[in-house]
Structures are given as C-alpha cells and as structure tokens.
Design a protein. Structure first.
Length: 334
C-alpha cells in the first residue's frame, strides 16, 4: 500500500526532504531535523495518554523523554485515510537499546527510573486520554492466577494421554504453587493497600512497560524513555520489579546484583521496607510459569505448541537458581 509520507509530514508542519523506510518506521530528513514517522496500532486515547504523560514529565523537569510532534490542528497524531491508521512523529533515535547484561546500562536505567518516579505524581489526564487504575489489584490478580494453576492441575488429573507439556507441568506444579502461595502470604503481610491509597491520593503513575525496547540511548548517549501509551496509576514497585526480573533473567538470579539496584534507586528515591515486601512478593510469584501454562491450556490448539514447551523448559531450568535467590532475598534484604 502506497503511504504518502509527504502528506503526513506536512500535517505535522514539516517540510520533507528525503525519507527511507526502516522496519516499521520511516526515517525522515526534514527542515526541523531527522524525524521518525511511525504507524501505531493502538487507539487515539492511548496516543493522547502517551503525549500527555510525556508533556507532564517534561514540565516536572524530567528530561529523559522524547517529544511527540503535534499536527497543524494540535493533535499528537495524524489519521491517514489511505490505510485508516494513526501515525505519530518524534525525533529519530538510532535505537541503541539498553543492554540488560551490562551493569552500567542497568545503573543508568535504575537511576532514570527512580528520577521518573520521583516526579510521577499529581497526574490527571484530559477527556481525550484514558488512564487505567491498577491500584489495589495485585492481590486479586495473584489469587486468580494461583487458582487457575490449581484448576488446570485438577483438570489434567482427570485426563488421560498426557503429552510432554502435560508431564512437565504436572511434575513441577507443586513447587510453583508453593511459590505462588508464598508470594500471596508476603503480600498479605505488607501494607499494600495503604500504599495504594497513598498513591491514589497522590495520583502516582508508572510506565508499566519499562523494558529494554522502551529505553534507548540518543546520539549524545542520553537515556531516553519512550512509549508511554500503557502508563497507569500504580505503585512504583511494579516498574522496579519488572526491571529487576528482566535483569536477573539475563545475568542469573543474583541477590547481590538486586541489592545493587535497590541501593542505586535509594540514592535518588528512597524505597520503604513495606515496599520491599511487595517487591519480594512480585519477584517470588511464578508469573512466567503461569503465563506459559495459561496460554498453552486456555487457547484452541490442534497440535502441541513446541514453542510453549521450550519456553516452559527454559523457566524450569532456572527454578533451582530462582529458589536460592528467593531464599537469599528473604534472608538478606527482606
């Protein structure tokens, strides 16, 4: 399909000199520098959310974000009639992504996250945007997912003719079920709901997709956080737990490296003992095990999904290491 990039650029007030398609984006040389024109696959309320979040952070003094362009009519997107899709414009970044197995990159990512959370308060969106509120949902989510694992196990007990995935799941069910219960017990012992009430009063928000593909270095090696379309009201531990889990999966489950992240975060933005309990709960819960199992058993399939089986094996291969990590976390950090 022929997309008129010139028309899209002009809608954002840009004079297009040259462009080249690179993967799903267009690298555009314009009178205002090199820009990225990108087709997005989410609704305009999310584009407004991303735009309003970034503008809010910039006004609060957090400079580690890119800026979405606005059209001649003041919208942060262009609706293209040819393919009935939304397009955004932002500065072109060569996308040198964060490397989670590099300690220095992780240090920068942790510092940046702490600074982001420090100013991520008092945020309200316009009627054009929509922001989810995930405050207070964690315990119910973990309870439902733990119950789902138990239901799958019970259903499997009534079946015959198990395949390799069934055997893998059943053999490891007890260990992961215990992890889930431990996570729920620790969460129940924390003041999770009090922290959620505080965050709700403060209108605190999280990025909720703080991952390597949304954290990139610009040409000056400045760390840039992008893609705020999944921003939601939640406690800051959510982002921190996600960063730690991704890091641990890359370098091995190492409590000393986790403590280093917490020390770096604390220098910028103090984290409380009660938040550490919630962090422990999130790190202990077998989220990836649940996701793979849930996807495997709760979607229609004709043939055994080998990819699911391989992913489950990969998670199980880290089980002993993760068990040791959780015990050391409880002893040395919690």
């Amino acid at each position: 399909m022929d997309i008129n990039i010139k028309n899209i650029a002009e809608a954002f007030g840009l004079k297009l000199n040259d462009y080249k398609k690179i993967r799903s984006s267009y690298r555009c040389v314009t009178d205002e520098g090199i820009k990225e024109i990108k087709k997005v696959d989410f609704p305009k309320v999310k584009i407004h959310l991303a735009y309003e979040t970034q503008e809010f952070l910039i006004k609060k003094g957090f400079a580690n974000v890119d800026i979405l362009g606005v059209t001649n009519i003041g919208e942060p997107f262009y609706k293209n009639e040819i393919d009935d899709a939304y397009y955004i414009v932002r500065n072109w970044i060569s996308k040198k992504e964060l490397t989670l197995d590099q300690d220095e990159d992780v240090r920068l990512a942790t510092e940046t996250l702490a600074k982001l959370h420090k100013v991520a308060k008092g945020f309200e969106v316009s009627p054009k945007a929509h922001i989810r509120n995930e405050l207070g949902n964690l315990e119910d989510t973990y309870y439902r997912r733990t119950k789902e694992l138990s239901k799958i196990r019970n259903k499997l007990n009534r079946n015959i003719g198990w395949d390799k995935f069934d055997n893998l799941f059943f053999k490891n069910f007890d260990d992961y079920y215990e992890k889930a219960l431990d996570s729920l017990d620790t969460l129940a012992e924390s003041n999770y709901y009090e922290l959620c009430e505080k965050a709700n009063r403060e209108k605190s928000f999280c990025h909720h997709e703080y991952a390597y593909h949304n954290i990139v270095f610009d040409h000056a090696d400045k760390l840039i956080v992008r893609d705020f379309e999944n921003t939601c009201y939640d406690i800051r531990v959510y982002d921190l737990a996600n960063l730690i889990k991704r890091y641990m999966r890359k370098v091995g489950w190492d409590v000393r490296k986790t403590k280093r992240i917490l020390d770096i975060y604390n220098k910028e933005n103090t984290i409380s003992k009660e938040e550490i309990k919630i962090l422990y709960s999130m790190l202990a819960f077998p989220q990836k095990f649940w996701r793979i199992v849930n996807r495997h058993y709760n979607k229609r399939r004709v043939l055994v999904d080998i990819n699911n089986q391989n992913q489950l094996k990969s998670v199980i291969n880290q089980k002993k290491e993760h068990d040791k990590y959780i015990k050391e976390f409880r002893k040395n950090i919690l």
